[in-house]
Write a protein that binds this ligand. Structure first.
Ligand code: MG
Length: 106
């Protein structure tokens, strides 16, 4: 996945524009575009009316996340596994099963 994203970027000589700050900013903007699909709607309405755009905006978010991981030299597979390990420790099953509270309130 990341190889295809990087190839798309490099075919266009865009790496020069992809500093970490602007990639993080772009990721947040794309997340806002994703949210816009839900504004003034229930989840069900948004999915029914905007599924194609939801798919596109979610893809934009992931693409910018991958580009940012490349710019910061972060291996996302390792980073996600490590974060899940931290989350397991923050949210032990016996304390958090079926409970939506933040770990500080468990
Ligand atoms: Mg977009």
């Amino acid at each position: 996945m990341i190889e295809e994203v990087i190839a798309f970027r490099d075919e266009r000589n865009w790496k020069q524009f992809h500093n970490p700050k602007d990639l993080a900013l772009s990721l947040s903007l794309e997340a806002s575009e994703l949210l816009e699909n839900f504004q003034w709607k229930t989840s069900e309405q948004a999915i029914k009316e905007n599924m194609d755009n939801l798919k596109d905006e979610l893809a934009d978010v992931v693409i910018y996340a991958l580009l940012l991981s490349d710019a910061l030299d972060i291996n996302m597979e390792t980073a996600i596994k490590e974060k899940i390990r931290k989350n397991r420790s923050k949210y032990p099953v016996e304390k958090s099963f079926g409970i939506s509270k933040k770990y500080t309130d468990l």
